[in-house]
Write a protein that binds this ligand. Structure first.
Ligand SMILES: O=P(O)(O)OC[C@H]1O[C@H](O)[C@H](O)[C@@H](O)[C@@H]1O
Length: 496
């Protein structure tokens, strides 16, 4: 029997039966790592399932591939690159770690200089980037930047000018630091927003607008060509993928907005998760267990989606961050060797914020026909200072939803019945501080990696985004014919 058939042949007991059958279930399926409590007991994972996945992991040489990634081998085979985001937090091969340290020192010196007034009186930070060059820093500043924010930080990604106009309407152009974040420094949206932001500074007669521009990029030459002075370019390595880049200079809005100490703590929290992932046996390894649950639902129960819900307003951007991380990494159809995967790959990640989502989409989760593994992410220490009841209600709601999904309710009226046996996992953070958030994000990164390895795919390229870019460019340049529908739309909008 192949390793997948052993997994596909796993029995499908009901969740409540699993609890009844094993009084140790909770302790066997929960873990505490780096300030995060993980509870998979309300998923269908069993000891037998974990063994079957561990066998598959062995057959796919997960341990060898993990070591190869940390060791700096070119595991991103389609782009012939190493995967170096862990080196940014000090975990990886010695050369990559040393290089990352140097670049972080440079980043810190520039931040010190800005804080010391070297670029004038800076009160606003306008960060322009898209995809991995925006979602990570945005998550960080939104999650952690509420208290004592040192600068107004705005993150602009969309090419829709409304985004830029909204962001700058309350900014003083003379007191704005313009941060251009782009790994390639060629992304159309970012370059256009960059030009318009610079134009805005010029129109307001800002003295030496180029002097207030900083570039975060793996292509320093291109940034220089654009006009950024070399001393204000903060490079990072090619081996740091866009969606894995918040640990590099791309994290500048967090480092400047929250302070260098906070940024270092973020890196340390992630490094703690790296060590856990690298050194812990699979049956106690948080990213591995989470990936096993993911794969159980996609491969055995044919779940097409998964839904993380942040029961914490501070983490409201986490679901969209995870969408890029998971779907861009593992939304692939071919294996590392180019052959078809032949089975479902990444689930569609969607989700939202609790308790809001309960009053909007949870109907489908409780009674709909799709099986959706739910993930609750909550924090024990409140983010607010209001009466205790707010946070109490928030957490109790998260926990009650998990219980209701599992237990269900049978009454005579089918419309009012709940089938139950619907899985959820819970991630409960002690506090939401830089260290714990670093560990949380690194957990998700490694979970994606395990999913990728077990499916045999390269999680680190993203060629699927190229064709649309090419077509948009062709449409912009004109002279190329499209299908009748596209031609008609271009004409109707007056864009020909
Ligand atoms: O950082 P950049 O080179 O500007 O790229 C920004 C983003 O655009 C690309 O299309 C990719 O899909 C993303 O992975 C990347 O993060």
């Amino acid at each position: 029997m192949s390793d997948w058939s052993a997994i596909e042949a796993l029995p499908s007991p009901k969740l409540v039966e699993l609890f009844d059958a094993d009084s140790e279930r909770l302790s066997k399926l929960s873990l505490d790592v780096a300030g995060i409590h993980f509870d998979w007991s309300k998923t269908h994972l069993t000891g037998e399932a974990i063994e079957a996945f561990a066998a598959l992991a062995k057959a796919q040489d997960l341990a060898g591939k993990r070591d190869a990634m940390f060791g700096g081998a070119h595991v991103n085979v389609t782009e012939d690159r190493p995967v170096e985001h862990t080196a940014e937090r000090g975990e990886g091969n010695a050369d990559s770690v040393a290089r990352a340290r140097k670049l972080h020192e440079r980043m810190r010196s520039l931040i010190d200089a800005i804080e010391g007034g070297a670029l004038g009186d800076i009160r606003h930070v306008l960060h322009i980037g898209i995809g991995g060059s925006a979602l990570g820093p945005h998550l960080l500043v939104d999650a952690l930047g509420r208290e004592d924010a040192r600068y107004d930080v705005a993150i602009v990604s969309n090419v829709d000018g409304v985004a830029l106009e909204d962001a700058i309407k309350d900014f003083d152009p003379a007191a704005t630091l313009l941060v251009l974040a782009s790994k390639t420094f060629t992304t159309k949206e970012t370059m256009l927003n960059a030009e318009s932001a610079l134009q805005w500074m010029k129109e307001h007669n800002v003295e030496d607008p180029y002097g207030k521009v900083i570039a975060l990029t793996a292509a320093p030459d291109k940034a220089m060509e654009w006009g950024v002075d070399e001393t204000r370019i903060l490079p990072f390595g090619e081996g740091v993928g866009g969606r894995y880049s918040l640990w590099s200079s791309i994290g500048l809005p967090a480092a400047i907005g929250l302070g260098w100490g906070a940024f270092e703590e973020l890196l340390e929290g992630a490094a703690e998760m790296d060590r856990h992932f690298r050194l812990t046996a699979l049956h106690e390894n948080a990213p591995a267990l989470a990936a096993f649950a993911d794969l159980y639902y996609t491969q055995v129960r044919h779940a097409e989606t998964r839904a993380p819900f942040a029961y914490d307003e501070r983490l409201r951007l986490l679901p969209s961050y995870l969408q890029q991380l998971e779907m861009e990494s593992n939304g692939k159809g071919v294996k590392v060797d180019g052959t078809p995967v032949g089975r479902p790959t990444a689930a569609i990640t969607w989700g939202g914020v609790g308790t809001d989502a309960q009053h909007a989409v949870f109907q489908l989760l409780h009674q709909g026909t799709h099986l959706v593994p739910v993930e609750f992410i909550a924090v024990i220490e409140p983010g607010d200072t209001l009466a205790e009841d707010h946070h109490r209600q928030l957490l109790l709601n998260a926990f009650a939803q998990g219980a209701a999904l599992m237990k269900g309710k049978q009454v005579e009226d089918p419309a009012r019945s709940y089938s139950g046996d619907r899985p959820s996992s819970t991630l409960l953070l002690d506090v939401l501080d830089p260290r714990t958030l670093g560990a949380l994000i690194a957990f998700y990164e490694h979970r994606v990696f395990v999913n990728g390895v077990l499916l045999g795919i390269n999680s680190f390229d993203q060629f699927g985004v190229e064709l649309g870019k090419e077509m948009a460019k062709a449409a912009d340049q004109g002279g190329q014919s499209f299908d009748p529908s596209t031609e008609d739309l271009i004409r109707r909008a007056g864009l020909e």
